[in-house]
Design a protein around this ligand. Structure first.
Ligand code: NAP
Length: 300
């Protein structure tokens, strides 16, 4: 059977047709997967039905239609509300449930136990894009949990984005998802702080961002790749730039932003964290030693 495209492609059910669920169903239809959909508010299925999706009247009918069931609703409570009665009636037995709803690692672990107790094989997922990126092989879809489900359906999951299996512990995808979003928010806010600083003197955000992207893609990328093995080794040789030097440098940023009336909450927080790192004896070490403060392994 050809899982990836054509009329023999694997049938898939999609539960939840919000912005993300609709994008998932649409990407599956793009690859000619026979796609069954269900949503609490049925009108959202209209555009997908017009493209050939089968609209199920109930969650039970939707789950019965395919061995592979993708779920993407607001949160885990909503998913249990939808699938609870299906499971109680035995409808999940033998199904591969792939849950792309965002949640905490503990919720994923609990959902995996719950699915297993109802005879379903469970894969948890984290979607590392917004709906317009769904279907692009550039976008990562993180999975954890059943390796059997992942391997059996890898080609189908590739219709959504590049599928990465992180391990069999169900909470891993959610853990990575949270870590990567934290990285994104910190990067967004650092970029916007810098943008506020530079645009205060007439430069456009677009002009600054061209330079910022070169900085991120080139130098910062190299710094992270240098520091990761230091974190793994627990040794932080200060042979490129020391924490003490970074503390002196961040004072320049704080001064320049203050002089232009720009909020300094983020750099003040970063400086305080660096100072705690130096106070713990890492002033002569690399920036990677900040992990000791974040982990709480240094005195407060
Ligand atoms: P959304 O547009 O607000 O859609 C929410 C979906 O959940 C709708 O299908 C909604 O049904 C359903 N729902 C909410 N409460 C429900 C309940 N009690 N019972 C049954 N269904 C319920 O949100 P979304 O953007 O599609 O996000 C869905 C999930 O994907 C979330 O966990 C989100 O964190 C995750 N995600 C989203 C993005 C993104 O960029 N949008 C990216 C990564 C991950 P109705 O249509 O009936 O309201």
């Amino acid at each position: 059977m050809n899982a990836t495209t054509g009329k023999n492609a694997t049938p898939v059910t999609v539960i939840g047709l919000g912005l993300m669920g609709a994008a998932l169903a649409s990407a599956l239809l793009d690859r000619d997967h026979p796609t069954t959909v269900w949503n609490r508010s049925p009108q959202k299925a209209g555009p997908l039905a017009a493209r050939g999706a089968r609209v199920a009247a109930t969650p039970a009918e939707a789950v019965a239609a395919s061995d592979l069931v993708l779920a993407c609703v607001l949160d885990y409570d909503a998913l249990r509300t939808v699938l609870g009665p299906v499971a109680e009636a035995g409808g999940l037995a033998g199904k591969a449930l792939v849950n792309l709803t965002s949640g905490a690692p503990e919720q994923a672990e609990e959902m995996a136990r719950w699915a297993a107790s109802h005879g379903a094989d469970y894969l948890d997922g984290g979607i590392m894009t917004t709906p317009p990126g769904v279907g692009s092989p550039e976008m990562m879809f993180l999975y954890s949990g059943s390796e059997a489900v992942f391997e059996a359906h890898r080609a189908t999951l590739a219709a959504l984005g590049d599928p990465l299996h992180l391990g069999t512990e169900p909470g891993l995808a959610s853990l990575y998802d949270s870590a990567l979003l934290g990285l994104m928010w910190a990067a967004f806010t650092g970029w916007l702080h810098g943008t506020a600083l530079v645009t205060s003197q007439g430069t456009s955000a677009e002009a600054f961002t061209q330079v910022a992207l070169r900085w991120l893609n080139g130098a910062v990328n190299v710094f992270l790749s240098t520091y990761a093995p230091q974190v793994d080794a627990g040794k932080y040789p200060g042979d490129d730039a020391t924490v003490d030097v970074q503390i002196a440098a961040i004072d320049h940023l704080i001064h320049a932003a203050k002089a232009r009336g720009i909020d300094n909450g983020l750099p003040e927080l970063l400086k305080a964290t660096m100072e705690r790192t130096a106070a713990a004896g890492h002033g002569g070490d690399s920036y990677a030693s900040v992990i000791e403060v974040l982990r709480g392994t240094t005195p407060k």
